[in-house]
Design a binder for this molecule. Structure first.
Ligand code: MEV
Length: 304
């Protein structure tokens, strides 16, 4: 079995696409891929989806089909293949938790093993980036970097993931809006705003970068109040960047009423998940979200 991590962005999504830093960590689980004898098909039983590794099929229409072929092409694989791949997701999909990057990395790892490729981690990252470009349009590379390497730290396009040593692991409550995240659409909207109101948007990116730095120091010092307030401020900027939505704002308000120190969307936004930092009150926030009809769970990032 081949696996890769999901991810959670604590601070800095969207501005990270423009070269600014983001604070992010790997989820223990993401996606797994199992190999069976076959002819190069990729199966996702959870979506009753099956795509072939060759061009021209009806599944050309699906982004998964095109992403899979992008991975195979990057790894230099032709049509002939002795194996089928079956993907299992261990995090909610379409939720801002990095499931597509986890799938891409796990698929690349499985193909490397199946075909005896001498691909390096950089080659696998390239293949995953090609897949993420199909799925998301203009990715920063954060998702697949964390999917591949795991860990916790500051990600920039230029520097990759630089580890941050947390004073203690950061426990987060994750709640699902019930609406699919819209990374591609929201990244496009931010690009439009950037073209229309460049000065304001660039100033917001700089402000978010300062929040990321505040968050980094807070995590290293174990200062939850400071990290929570940076998350709340980041959410206000994300709202102004038009990547929030009614459901996200509602989950943030419920978390705050339940005593969270901070709450914000995570990932692409427009739906997907909200994260809340609520030391000692994680179950209270989770229960409040569940009572309001949302799936929710508690997880930890930044452990060893
Ligand atoms: C998606 O997980 C995070 C975004 O910043 C896009 C990206 O980094 O590619 C919205």
């Amino acid at each position: 079995m081949h696996a890769a991590h999901g991810k959670v962005i604590l601070l800095g999504e969207h501005s990270v696409v423009y070269g600014h830093p983001a604070l992010a960590g790997a989820l223990a689980d993401g996606a797994t891929v199992e190999l069976q004898p076959g002819s190069g098909k990729l199966r996702v039983p959870a979506w009753t989806l099956e795509v072939s590794g060759v061009d021209g099929g009806a599944e050309e229409q699906t982004s998964i089909g095109r992403a899979y072929r992008a991975i195979r092409a990057r790894l230099g694989l032709g049509i002939a293949s002795p194996v089928d791949l079956t993907v299992t997701f261990l995090v909610p999909t379409g939720a801002g938790l990095g499931s597509s990057a986890a799938m891409a990395v796990a698929v690349a790892r499985a193909l490397k093993a199946a075909h005896g490729l001498s691909a390096t981690d950089e080659d696998l990252a390239d293949a995953a980036m090609a897949s993420e470009t199909v799925v998301h349009g203009k990715p920063s590379g954060l998702d697949h970097t964390v999917a591949l390497k795991g860990g916790f730290g500051i990600f920039t396009r230029a520097g990759g993931l630089v580890p941050v040593r947390a004073a203690q692991p950061v426990t987060l409550v994750i709640g699902h809006t019930g609406r699919e995240r819209d990374t591609k659409g929201r990244v496009q909207r931010v690009a439009e705003l950037h073209a229309e109101r460049g000065d304001e948007i660039r100033a917001r990116f700089v402000a978010i970068a300062q929040l990321v730095e505040r968050g980094r120091v807070a995590v290293m010092e174990g200062n939850a109040g400071e990290l929570g307030s940076a998350m709340n401020e980041n959410q206000r900027h994300l709202q102004a960047l038009e990547v929030s939505c009614v459901e996200i704002e509602r989950l943030c308000a419920i978390a705050s009423d339940a005593g969270a120190a901070g709450a914000k969307l995570t990932g692409g936004g427009g739906g997907g998940c909200v994260i809340a930092l609520a030391p000692g009150r994680e179950n209270v926030v989770r229960d409040a979200w569940e009572r309001a009809g949302h799936r929710a769970f508690v997880t930890t990032v930044g452990g060893q």
